[in-house]
Write a protein that binds this ligand. Structure first.
Ligand SMILES: Nc1ncnc2c1ncn2[C@@H]1O[C@H](COP(=O)(O)OP(=O)(O)OP(=O)(O)O)[C@@H](O)[C@H]1O
Length: 255
C-alpha cells in the first residue's frame, strides 16, 4: 500500500503538484488519469522516488520515505519495478539478458539461479521460448511489453509502476497486456500504479482511478462509478473518448 499525504512539487516557482492525497491499496491496479500536463508523470516520479516532493509525505506500507535512512531508501527502491513507456529495453541485449539485468545489478545470485528466475518470469508473461534468445528489434511491440513486465517483476517487487504501458499497441494486444498486469498484481499482491491515457484500460482494469487536473486530485473512484459521477471535469474528459460514449449509450439503453 502506498499512502500519499498532501504532496506538493514546484519547478522554478511553478507549482505542478498542488497538494495531492490518496491511498493506493495493494493487490489491485491503481490508475492515474488526466489531461496532458495535469502532472501525472511528475506524480509517478514522486512515487518512484525520482523527484522529492517539496512538502507532504509518501508512505510505503506505513514507512514515510523521507524518514528512512539512505540504506533503507535504497532497499525500498530495489523493491520497485518499473515498466517504462515504450518498454525501454536495451537493444544490444537479448530478451534473456534484458530480464537478467536487474538480478545482476541488485543481487549476488549464481548465474544458474538467475537463469532459472529469468525463465520463470518469461514463462509467466507467456513469452514463447523461441523468442527468449532474440534481440528486442526481432520481436513484436506486444512481446517487447511482455519482456518489460518480466524485467520489472524479476526482483519480486512490492511496488510496480507503469508509465503508459499500452502506448503503441493495437487495442487487442493492449487488453492482453492490461490483463497480464492485473493478474500479476493480484498473484504477487503488489501495489501497482499505472499512468495511462487509455480509456480501454480504465474500463478493463480501473480498480482504483485517480483523476488529476492542474496538479490537483479532482476525483477518485473506480471503473464502476466513473460512469455515474456528475463531476464535470471527469465527464468531459472521459466522454471525449468514443469508447466511453458507446458504453454509456449501451448502459442507458439497458443493454
Ligand atoms: N523536470 C521538470 N522541470 C520543469 N518542469 C517540469 C519537469 N517535469 C515536468 N514539468 C512540467 O510539469 C507539468 C506537468 O507535466 P507532466 O509530464 O507530469 O504531465 P502529464 O500529466 O504526465 O502529461 P502527459 O499526459 O502529456 O504525459 C508540465 O507543465 C511540465 O512542463
Amino acid at each position: 500500500m502506498i499512502e500519499v499525504q498532501n504532496i506538493k512539487k514546484a519547478f522554478e516557482g511553478e507549482e505542478i503538484l498542488k497538494g495531492i492525497s490518496t491511498v493506493f491499496p495493494k493487490g489491485q491496479t491503481n490508475l492515474i488519469i488526466g489531461q496532458s500536463g495535469a502532472g501525472k508523470t511528475v506524480f509517478l516520479k514522486c512515487l518512484l522516488g525520482l523527484f522529492r516532493p517539496d512538502s507532504g509525505k509518501i508512505l510505503y506500507d506505513n514507512d514515510p520515505y523521507s524518514s528512512l535512512s539512505d540504506e533503507k531508501q535504497r532497499e525500498l527502491r530495489r523493491q520497485m519495478g518499473m515498466v517504462f513507456q515504450g518498454g525501454a529495453l536495451f537493444d544490444s541485449m537479448t530478451v534473456e539478458e534484458n530480464v537478467m539485468f536487474p538480478l545482476q545489478m541488485f543481487t549476488k545470485q549464481s548465474r544458474l539461479s538467475m537463469m532459472r528466475r529469468v525463465k520463470e518470469v518469461l514463462d509467466r508473461v507467456n513469452l514463447a521460448e523461441a523468442q527468449q534468445k532474440k534481440y528486442p528489434v526481432e520481436i513484436s511491440g506486444g512481446m517487447q511489453k511482455r519482456v518489460a513486465i518480466a524485467r520489472a517483476i524479476v526482483n519480486r517487487p512490492k511496488y510496480l509502476f507503469c508509465d503508459e504501458p499500452n502506448s503503441g499497441l493495437d487495442p487487442q494486444t493492449a487488453t492482453v497486456i492490461d490483463n497480464l498486469i492485473l493478474e500479476i498484481t493480484r498473484e504477487y499482491d503488489i501495489t501497482t500504479v499505472i499512468n495511462t491515457h487509455d480509456m480501454n484500460s480504465v474500463l478493463e482494469i480501473g480498480e482504483k482511478i485517480v483523476f488529476l487536473q492542474n496538479g490537483r486530485l479532482e476525483w477518485e473512484g473506480d471503473k464502476n462509478v466513473i460512469f455515474k459521477t456528475d463531476n464535470k471535469a471527469v465527464t468531459e474528459f472521459v466522454y471525449s473518448s468514443d469508447l466511453f460514449r458507446k458504453v454509456r449509450k449501451a448502459q442507458l439503453q439497458g443493454l
